[in-house]
Design a protein around this ligand. Structure first.
Ligand SMILES: N[C@@H](CCC(=O)N[C@@H](CS)C(=O)NCC(=O)O)C(=O)O
Length: 212
């Protein structure tokens, strides 16, 4: 089976979690990056006019959660237990939700080039959402994990996703946000550092490129 993944020409959790999952279990895939300038023409070629997209046997599939489930299943990073699946799916939905909450402040800067508006929206996100949404993840981790290593006590796409999104928020690439919000969530912080040093993940080329 030839798996082709398509995303823009930058690193982002939506594509990175798919690549990391496949690479983790050495499932071969190809990867196409679409330059932003080509997007207005390319957009119409994709089922929901968004990326990431996966192509298998010339059929196109979309939406991060659906693709993540597929890639994780092929990589043995999903689960068969319905309750563990619920935990994994909640982490994927959490990633989507927090992205939706911060997106307006990113859009204002990148698309509208309205930096004042972006700053105001970012401030509102920090005040209303940042800590709340990470504390939801912290609680889910504590409620789901017995051994306090992985969300489902077995490394899964949930850990790849949680790590990748925490890394995004701690990377310093988001204006006005540094990793200090994690100081108030010591269990999540400890988990994040554990996954950041989890050798089977950190040895992957895809991982090295993300953290570079
Ligand atoms: N529901 C989609 C959302 C994907 C999404 O928002 N993609 C953004 C990039 S991160 C995109 O394609 N933006 C370009 C556009 O909407 O024209 C998913 O779950 O993957």
């Amino acid at each position: 089976m030839n798996i082709k993944l398509i995303y823009f020409d930058f690193y982002f959790w939506r594509i990175d979690i798919l690549r990391l999952a496949l690479s983790f279990s050495k499932v071969p895939y190809t990867y196409e990056q679409v330059p932003r300038r080509d997007w207005p023409i390319k957009k119409k070629q994709f089922p929901f006019g968004q990326l990431p997209v996966m192509i298998i046997n010339e059929k196109k599939y979309a939406h991060t959660h659906s693709l993540a489930k597929f890639c994780a299943t092929r990589s043995n990073l999903y689960d068969n237990d319905q309750f563990k699946i619920l935990t994994i799916d909640q982490v994927l939905d959490w990633a989507n939700e927090i992205t939706i909450h911060i997106a307006p402040s990113i859009r204002a800067a990148i698309r509208e080039k309205n930096f004042e508006k972006s700053k105001k929206l970012r401030q509102e996100f920090i005040e209303n959402d940042l800590y709340n949404w990470f504390s939801y993840l912290d609680k889910l981790f504590k409620d789901s994990s017995t051994e306090k290593k992985f969300f489902t006590d077995k490394f899964s796409i949930a850990d790849i996703t949680a790590w990748r999104v925490i890394f995004w928020f701690c990377s310093g690439k988001l204006d006005m946000i540094d990793g200090s919000f994690l100081d108030n969530l010591p269990d999540l912080k400890k988990y994040y550092h554990f996954i950041s040093n989890y050798k089977p993940l950190t040895q992957l080329n895809e991982f090295k490129l993300i953290v570079k």
